[in-house]
Design a binder for this molecule. Structure first.
Ligand code: AMP
Ligand code: FE
Ligand code: FE
Ligand code: ZN
Length: 297
């Protein structure tokens, strides 16, 4: 099915459902289950025309993804999803068209990934007190140099028979209050936004209206002052009433609104193209990004 066909059903024209772009996809360079080329092939099967690879805290999948996307006739936008935190809540900041070799960006992502590794090993040690689980079990699910996270531990818990799927692992053993959790180092969201901007990128807050509710208004203003470009209004985890507030803010301030699937291969039920980004918003992102270029077919 072509992406354009989606708009011809009963639903009125809705750029978050009938646009050409899906700008939030994960590969096995982080916690997706497929290599970058396979992720691009999945997006193409779902009729997408513009795609971004946004692995957590790494850009190492770009070359393979760009090659695969363009050979399938799609336009590729280089992307990343930075792990940030405000007080207790995790805030994910997407960045598009940033310079992967920018020194401050590299320093930040190196620090996050190093912390993720130490922290994952500690979580596994904690779990190992009660369940038969080793670091080797986790490594078996982690591609070389991939950004490691709780999803890889979840996959190891599935393989070792302790849970049925990632969702069950996250609801129990891997939950922050599950008894085994260890925090990772994560910058505050303003730093993440500013780092993406300084690297020539375009920052967009991922799944900004999730169950944790609205981000504090003061934080949003500080992020906007730091160069935040917009919000991922189309994402399955967004819920009302926070979503309505952000929709209004986006309209009032003329911000960029994206919609995306947050595809993780077999790691989540999310399907490429389940939310989409309009051609107009893709153009605005491309006009604003200066750190790297979109790759056309
Ligand atoms: P971490 O950053 O290592 O703390 O792990 C958080 C990551 O796990 C997020 O990026 C999500 O992609 C993923 N995640 C969170 N909840 C779930 C879930 N219920 N099922 C599958 N993946 C999840
Ligand atoms: Fe993820
Ligand atoms: Fe995320
Ligand atoms: Zn994501």
């Amino acid at each position: 099915m072509a992406v354009g066909d989606r708009g011809r059903d009963a639903r009125a024209h809705d750029p978050l459902h009938d646009g050409p772009g899906d700008l939030h996809l994960h590969s096995d360079r982080s916690d997706g289950t497929e290599p970058p080329a396979a992720v691009m092939a999945a997006a193409h099967r779902h009729g997408l025309e513009v795609v971004a690879l946004t692995d957590h805290d790494t850009t190492t999948g770009w070359a393979e993804a760009a090659e695969a996307a363009t050979s399938l006739g799609m336009t590729f936008l280089p992307g990343i999803e930075l792990s940030a935190r405000h007080e207790w809540r995790s805030v994910h900041v997407l960045g598009y068209l940033l310079d992967p070799d920018d020194g401050a960006l590299r320093a930040l992502t190196d620090r996050i990934r190093e912390s993720r590794l130490t922290r994952a090993r500690r979580i596994v040690e904690n779990i190992g007190r009660d369940y038969a689980l080793t670091w080797d079990d986790v490594r078996a699910h982690t591609a070389d140099d991939a950004t490691v996270g709780r999803p890889h531990i979840a996959d190891a818990l599935v393989t070792t028979g302790h849970v049925r799927d990632r969702a069950e692992a996250f609801a129990g053993i891997l939950h922050p209050r599950g008894g085994y959790y260890v925090e990772l180092y994560a910058p505050d969201p303003v730093t993440a936004v500013a780092t993406i901007v300084a690297a020539g990128g375009v920052p967009v807050i991922a799944h900004p209206a999730g169950r944790a509710g609205l981000l504090p208004a003061r934080l949003v203003e500080r992020m906007l002052d730091a160069g935040l470009a917009g919000f991922e209004l189309g994402h399955r985890e967004n819920v009302e009433p926070a979503l309505r507030t952000l929709r209004e803010l986006t309209r009032e301030r003329g911000l960029i609104a994206t919609g995306s699937s947050d595809y993780h291969g077999a790691g989540k039920p999310n399907v490429p193209g389940e939310f989409t980004t309009s051609a107009e918003m893709v153009e605005r992102i491309v006009a604003r990004g200066t750190g790297s270029a979109p790759v056309a077919p």
